[in-house]
Design a protein around this ligand. Structure first.
Ligand code: CP
Length: 303
């Protein structure tokens, strides 16, 4: 039995296999429509979510399975003091697989150590978000045709942005990748993530200037400033508008730039960009469902 807590739990070959399955699901959905018949997914979301929870649930329904759901810590026995370990043991009695989001870093790992069914990390605090990375990888592959030889600009809250941390872990395993880390000083990439880049001698640039970095980028991955992780509102208010992508800022961008964002968006990307053919963030949303379908099939060993 396997869980997915970090994107590094999957080898590059397995990522390739999941991308292949997701593409096959896109082309042949009927082939998969009964594959999880009789299986149950428990979505345990102790933090807000729209995309991740609903895409997991849509994924399980489209595989012919069923869903049990906890939304918000206040509606489960966590509000009465139940531990993550006990919750995981309990839910193992009802479901075949768990997708868990939690505000505490490491909570899905603790769940996986106590559950008797696979656990998927659906986002743990400011740490990791491996299934968003699966969505991102499929999007990059479909939009750029490759996962290697890319210059990837990551812009915004690189400190608390868990999707950035998982994406760097994943992309650092492909050849010819270069990272451009664009953030305010206070929201720089944590050293434990930066050390991954350094240890592999991957070229990287750290800057506060999005427009200066723009011409080099194959991918621009915008992120929201993560208000919920700040210790005080004053700092958030000072930093929240650090980067707002507007059409004029794309004047020096490549014609085939791929603009990504894990969403939700606050104001980091002007809605005027949504119809630009380079905007891929709503494709990411859909790709997330297909990759979660592929992942559920893999962890339930039904393929
Ligand atoms: N990208 C993402 O995790 O979105 P949600 O918070 O809506 O799930």
């Amino acid at each position: 039995m396997r869980s997915l807590i970090s994107i590094l739990d999957l080898s590059v070959e397995e990522l390739d296999e999941l991308i292949g399955v997701a593409n096959d699901i896109i082309d042949n959905p009927a082939k998969y429509s009964e594959i999880c018949r009789g299986k149950k997914l428990a979505t345990l979301f102790f933090e807000p979510s729209t995309r991740t929870r609903l895409s997991f649930e849509a994924a399980m329904y489209e595989l012919g399975g069923n869903v049990l759901s906890v939304t918000g810590a206040g509606s489960s026995s966590a509000a009465k003091g139940e531990s993550v370990a006990d919750t995981a043991k309990t839910v193992s009695c009802y479901a075949d697989i768990i997708a868990m989001r939690h505000s505490k870093e490491g909570a899905p790992l603790v769940a996986s150590m106590n559950a008797t069914i696979p656990v998927i990390n659906a986002g743990d605090g400011g740490h990791n978000h491996p299934t968003q990375t699966l969505a991102d990888l499929l999007t990059i592959r479909r939009e750029k045709g490759r996962l290697d030889n890319l210059t990837i600009g990551l812009c915004g809250d690189l400190k608390f942005g868990r999707t950035v941390h998982s994406l760097i872990e994943a992309m650092a395993r492909y050849t010819g990748v270069k990272f451009v880390l664009i953030s305010p000083e206070e929201l720089k990439l944590p050293s434990y993530v930066k050390s991954i880049i350094k240890e592999k001698n991957i070229p990287y640039v750290q800057t506060t200037d999005l427009e200066a970095a723009m011409p080099d980028l194959d991918i621009l991955y915008m992120t929201r400033v993560q208000r919920e992780r700040f210790f005080n509102e004053e700092d958030y208010l000072r930093l929240k508008d650090s980067y707002i992508l507007t059409p004029d800022k794309l004047n020096n961008a490549k014609a085939d730039l791929c603009i990504m964002h894990p969403l939700p968006r606050v104001n980091e990307i002007s809605v005027a960009i949504d119809n630009d053919p380079r905007a891929a963030y709503f494709k990411q949303v859909l790709n997330g469902k297909y990759m979660r379908m592929a992942l559920i099939c893999k962890l339930l060993e039904v393929l």
